[in-house]
Design a protein around this ligand. Structure first.
Ligand SMILES: *Cc1c(COP(=O)(O)O)cnc(C)c1O
Ligand SMILES: [Zn+2]
Length: 483
């Protein structure tokens, strides 16, 4: 058994600009390149040292940590050396994020879809979405910064499609002083459950008329001119935390990702960036020998990344799109911040594993809703974006992109409860025409009122219970037990 004391290895993290290649030290907080405005990825300039440990040894180390009660290594930092190996143990914030379950689809559902697949339930994170993975890392970095710089007050801000603000507010509330949290939301464009989260965590919640892309612009102006810590996905530390997802998938399947396809919804494109980056690191260290195939999924109402990759390889041109109403609301983004990261990593990914290793599929709103409801009727807890992944798998299969012996892992990025309103709209067939979703009778469910309230009048509780029980018997056609 490996010992699971906190690792002594420390790397050196640099921001690398994807626009002009400029480098900055990871010792201060940067969002975009001061030289060209490009986005950054963090790179461990001491990564080569990690190669002194061989792939099988890394696997043993991570497997040993799976059994640890050592809090700092229980969540995403099980993979400490591959994420942000500059923090000390006291910096690490752990709220139970990561190590989420992978649940195989039931036999019946696999038959219906015609594919082998599982859901990874990232809605089982503390604020009920995968955003907690990134926040655990971003807040650990903030603690590290505050400690080193002796800062006594830091304002954290983010624009959000709902889940980023829920996660940011939760982690800020936990860490407390010197952090204070402000979130900017597009009014009416987050679900009531998502809005309740930062409010419950005590954050200052500011609403703006418009969509996510509008909020993002405001936050950018603030981050450029004032001392605030921006927690949107321009913050590269979040990407590092989100890399834990792919590491967990690999570990669950015994570090063998051959014949696995990972399906991921694309919104701001941070999640798919992180997943590609983690897979490349695992391969570079010999932790896995084969890269999994990665499929991004976008709704036709917010599909700029799909449009980019649908063009011929040598003539691709990126254009932001104007989004229209989408049930995959957390991914309803027309100008993804992390697109340059995706483009850069996808190029490396395909150079190593071929053009089929990274693909993007597009699905309709109707397919997303039908897929989510179908998954959940079979024991899953997928949100609309999780439904988008299943719709993407079905689409990829219909297009002949999935082989017979391949197995898919779908990212259920949030808990279904956060998006219960969309389910309700479906069950009452009341989607606004802009969504383009009509309910299918076989997927609708609604409560049945057993007795009108007048039926209770003048009856004792026990008498009413007998009457209601009789109504159940009638409704279900129950026959008495044989004595
Ligand atoms: C943020 C989010 C997405 C989109 O992820 P990106 O990293 O922005 O591409 C998808 N699903 C849920 C539930 C989210 O909260
Ligand atoms: Zn630059």
């Amino acid at each position: 058994m490996q010992d699971t004391t906190f690792p002594s290895y420390r790397g050196r993290l640099d921001y690398v600009c994807l626009g002009c290649g400029a480098r900055r030290s990871g010792e201060s907080l940067h969002y975009t390149c001061p030289d060209c405005g490009g986005v950054f990825l963090l790179e461990n300039t001491d990564f080569a040292t990690l190669n002194q440990t061989k792939g099988p040894e890394w696997r043993d180390i991570f497997d040993a940590r799976a059994a640890t009660a050592h809090v700092a290594l229980r969540g995403i930092f099980r993979y400490y050396e591959l994420l942000a190996p500059i923090f000390d143990e006291e910096d690490i914030v752990y709220l139970g994020e990561g190590i989420t379950p992978i649940v195989e689809a039931s036999g019946k559902l696999k038959d219906e879809i015609g594919c082998e697949f599982a859901y990874k339930n990232d809605g089982q994170n503390p604020s009920a979405s995968f955003k907690d993975r990134g926040m655990a890392c971003a807040f650990s970095y903030l603690k590290w910064l505050c400690r080193r710089n002796k800062w006594d007050e830091v304002l954290t801000v983010c624009a959000s499609t709902g889940d980023t603000s829920a996660a940011a507010a939760l982690y800020a509330a936990y860490v407390g002083k010197p952090l204070k949290s402000v979130v900017l939301l597009p009014k009416g464009k987050v679900t009531p459950q998502q809005l309740s989260q930062p409010l419950g965590s005590g954050a200052l919640v500011l609403e703006i008329p418009g969509v996510f892309d509008d909020c993002m612009k405001v936050v950018e102006i603030l981050a450029e001119k004032y001392r605030v810590a921006l927690l949107n996905s321009k913050n590269s530390w979040r990407i590092l935390g989100q890399e834990s997802y792919a590491l967990e998938v690999a570990q669950w399947y015994g570090w063998d990702l051959s014949n696995h396809c990972l399906f991921v919804p694309i919104g701001n494109a941070g999640n798919i960036t992180a997943i590609m980056s983690a897979c490349l690191k695992m391969q570079a260290l010999g932790i896995v020998s084969e890269l999994p195939r990665i499929f991004g999924v976008q709704s036709e109402h917010a599909d700029p990344v799909w449009r980019y990759y649908a063009q011929p390889k040598d003539a691709r041109h990126f254009e932001p799109v104007a989004v229209t109403d989408s049930v995959a609301q957390a991914a309803m983004i027309g100008n993804p911040v992390s697109f340059p990261r995706v483009r850069s990593l996808a190029e490396r990914y395909c150079a190593l594993a071929g053009d089929r290793a990274f693909q993007v599929v597009q699905v309709t709103e109707q397919q997303i809703m039908d897929a989510m409801l179908t998954a959940n009727r079979n024991g899953h807890i997928a949100c609309t974006q999780g439904g988008e992944c299943l719709a993407g798998l079905m689409q990829a299969k219909a297009l002949g992109l999935i082989g017979k012996n391949e197995h898919a892992v779908l990212d259920a990025t949030a808990h279904s409860l956060k998006f219960a309103d969309f389910q309700q709209k479906y069950f009452t067939d009341s989607f606004a025409p802009s969504y383009g979703v009509r309910a299918k009778a076989e997927l609708i469910n609604a409560p049945t009122l057993l007795l009108p309230s007048e039926a209770r009048e003048g009856l004792e509780d026990q008498a009413f219970a007998r009457l209601a029980a009789e109504a159940v018997v009638q409704k279900l056609g129950l026959s008495p037990k044989e004595s």
